[in-house]
Design a protein around this ligand. Structure first.
Ligand SMILES: *Cc1c(COP(=O)(O)O)cnc(C)c1O
Length: 364
């Protein structure tokens, strides 16, 4: 028997979450953001659930090739644009749309030999200070692009630094509007948090994390609040049970000491599977669908869980690390991420290659 751990991807939940994005951004077209191998889900596995999107947005040219290999003929957008001049050849061949965020990318386009003009998204740095042209040079970049025979339509975009938090998006929206006011072209501003929290829907929205069943502004709101469903379940089984006496310790570093007699279970899941090592005792887990917590340090291949109040749990009991548990139970990935001092994004992206992944057969 293989080691009992597995991840399950739920295409029906991906489709339902994408529908949530559509409902929240009624008039806009929706990019399904599938960078980082569809946030760890696997592009090929996520595709069936996300193919109702209007386009796919990603970073890596190899991932763009994989989307085309799946038969997707619609828009594909490179969110960081080209990394070197010859990437433009692939853009021509695969009809990729690409972000232009710096002067060098315009130089490359100007030198590119093509019969077919390319669609670009000109990125404004409205305050994030990661990618994009500052407001004072944005319009000259637009004018230069607009004069190039290599360029077809120019769309306008920016990205928010605080859509999920207290600072919000108003200051960046104001910069965007002041800079782009009379420029033609479609607009794309919103990520998941801006779609859900601010209802901000320009021509194209960019739905990432919400599609994958994690709340962009957890813990202020959880997935139930936003009507999202888990799209990835990580589950395993108990492979041993220990009966602790008062004073017994658990695992490396003896970070947990039993204060009374206590049963614990050992789960075949560790940090080499992508489970976060930085979570303390009492990180939530489900044992046979019942909420319990971890005990002591997570090691490479195993972790321990409390079995107090679970007298029937034993070797072979099902343990849900995140996602859907038995009998309709649920453990949101955000709850686990919080206990590890991180966000749902990081956990799903870090699912380790050694974990076998299955695609749920539930109908779309
Ligand atoms: C990743 C990314 C998104 C999606 O963000 P979410 O918070 O996952 O919705 C949108 N736009 C850009 C430019 C990105 O890099």
């Amino acid at each position: 028997m293989p080691r009992p751990i597995e991840a399950v991807i739920h295409p029906a939940a991906l489709a339902a979450n994408l529908a949530r994005a559509r409902a929240a951004a009624a008039s806009a077209r929706v990019w399904a953001v599938v960078k980082a191998n569809a946030y760890g889900h696997g592009i090929e596995r996520a595709f069936a659930g996300l193919r109702g999107a209007d386009g796919f947005a990603l970073l890596d040219l190899a991932e763009a090739e994989r989307i085309r290999a799946l038969g997707w003929r619609g828009p594909v957008l490179l969110l960081e644009g080209c990394f070197e001049p010859r990437d433009l050849e692939l853009c021509s061949r695969l009809e990729l749309w690409h972000v232009v965020h710096c002067t060098e990318q315009i130089d490359w386009l100007a030198a590119h030999k093509t019969q077919r003009p390319q669609r670009v998204f000109l990125k404004l740095n409205s305050g994030m200070n990661r990618l994009g042209f500052r407001p004072e040079v944005y319009r000259s970049a637009w004018t230069r692009l607009n004069a190039l025979p290599q360029v077809d339509e120019i769309s306008l975009m920016t990205h928010f630094s605080d859509a999920d938090g207290a600072r919000g998006v108003a200051h960046q929206v104001a910069v965007f509007e002041a800079t782009t006011r009379d420029l033609p072209g479609e607009r794309s501003l919103s990520n998941s948090a801006a779609i859900l929290r601010h209802g901000l829907a320009n021509d194209w929205v960019r739905a990432g994390i919400l599609s994958y069943g994690s709340a962009p502004d957890f813990p202020e709101h959880d997935i139930r609040h936003w009507g999202l469903q888990p799209t990835m379940t990580l589950r395993s089984r108990l492979i041993a049970v220990q009966q602790l006496q008062p004073g017994d310790t658990v695992g490396y570093g003896s970070s947990y000491t039993a204060t009374q007699a206590q049963r614990i279970g050992i789960v075949a899941c560790g940090y080499a599977d992508g489970y976060p090592r930085h979570c303390g005792t009492d990180t939530p887990v489900l044992v046979d669908g019942v909420r319990s917590g971890t005990v002591g340090r997570v090691s490479m291949d195993m972790l321990a869980v409390d079995l107090s109040g679970l007298p029937r749990a034993g070797i072979g009991s099902e343990v849900t690390l995140w996602g859907n548990g038995p009998g309709g139970t649920l453990l949101a990935i955000d709850d686990v991420a919080r206990a590890a001092g991180t966000i749902g994004y990081e956990l799903m992206c870090a699912l380790a290659p050694r974990v076998p992944v299955r695609v749920d057969e539930d109908p779309l």
